[in-house]
Ligand binder design. Structure first.
Ligand code: 13P
Length: 274
């Protein structure tokens, strides 16, 4: 893992993966924007512009999702009710209702027509001390309300340097997916913490190797139903790298932070799928 390979070797490895049958899944690719703590009422123009762009251009086999802050879910959902764009949340409570000041439940997200919920983003793990156990309970809550969940996993730079990447990812997956999780309502986002907002991106070889590892983990848990789980890549995705990353085996789309905030950047990304 993390071999130093030349570009030619990298292409050869990717071909070998294809020959040995690690073929692309048949699901639609998911291009998802995670707006984090950005966005105000004035950004209604973004969603209007994106809807217009999508209705004027035929996107091939792509699903588009925007996850704004909670405060914009209602407005964005009503503005996209007749467009193929889905709206989702960036988190939800692990409880269904009650005395939990400041929390937002999965049923509230559903009430505002949110269709997805990102869970376990590294910023929540780091700044809010979220554990795999809590994340597991959040996924169960979200799925209870029929929200499709995107579980985020990823190693820190220190994990990577100490060759702990696969162990960390394996543990995050196993411990976050306990109980009655529905794989048909689940996607995974592989987001190396060191690649988020830094402009650094793993090599295509590394991304493909890790996505294959994640897919095999999911297959052990869910058997053939693992094929319904899309594995997205996230971390410094932009219009220059989206095409090559999304064409890798077991990469079924991207979770995009910074570049999803600007309409121009989003259009440039989506143009690659026309
Ligand atoms: P950037 O695309 O800004 O690196 O953020 C990635 C991310 O955290 C998406 O959830």
């Amino acid at each position: 893992m993390y071999l130093l390979v030349t570009k030619t070797q990298e292409i050869a490895y990717i071909k070998i993966f294809k020959i040995i049958g690690l073929n692309k899944m048949t699901n639609k690719l998911l291009i998802a924007g995670n707006w984090k703590m950005n966005g105000n009422k004035k950004d209604i123009s973004f969603i209007k512009g994106l809807s217009k762009f999508i209705s004027n251009n035929k996107l091939k086999n792509i699903e588009v999702l925007i996850c704004p802050p909670f405060t914009l879910i209602d407005k964005f959902s009503s503005l996209t009710s007749r467009s193929p764009i889905n709206i989702g949340a960036q988190d939800c409570s692990s409880n269904d209702s009650g005395a939990y000041t400041g929390e937002i439940s999965a049923s509230m997200i559903k009430d505002f027509n949110g269709k997805y919920c990102i869970i376990g983003h590294s910023e929540r793990r780091i700044y809010h001390n979220e554990t795999n156990n809590l994340i597991n309970n959040k996924i169960l809550q979200a799925q209870e309300e029929n929200l499709r969940t995107i579980l985020c996993v990823g190693e820190t730079l220190s994990d990577r340097k100490n060759k702990r990447t696969l162990r960390v990812l394996g543990n995050q997956i196993k411990s976050s997916l306990k109980g009655k999780i529905n794989p048909n309502q689940l996607d995974i986002a592989y987001e190396p913490v060191w690649a988020i907002g830094t402009g650094l991106v793993p090599s295509n070889y590394d991304i493909e190797e890790i996505h294959n590892f994640i897919f095999n983990k999911l297959k052990k848990i869910y058997g053939n139903r693992a094929k319904n789980i899309r594995i997205l890549y996230g971390g410094s995705v932009n219009s220059n790298n989206i095409s090559s990353i999304s064409s890798l085996n077991n990469v079924s789309g991207a979770l995009i932070g910074g570049a999803s905030l600007k309409i121009g950047d989003m259009k440039s990304i989506l143009k690659q799928f026309i």
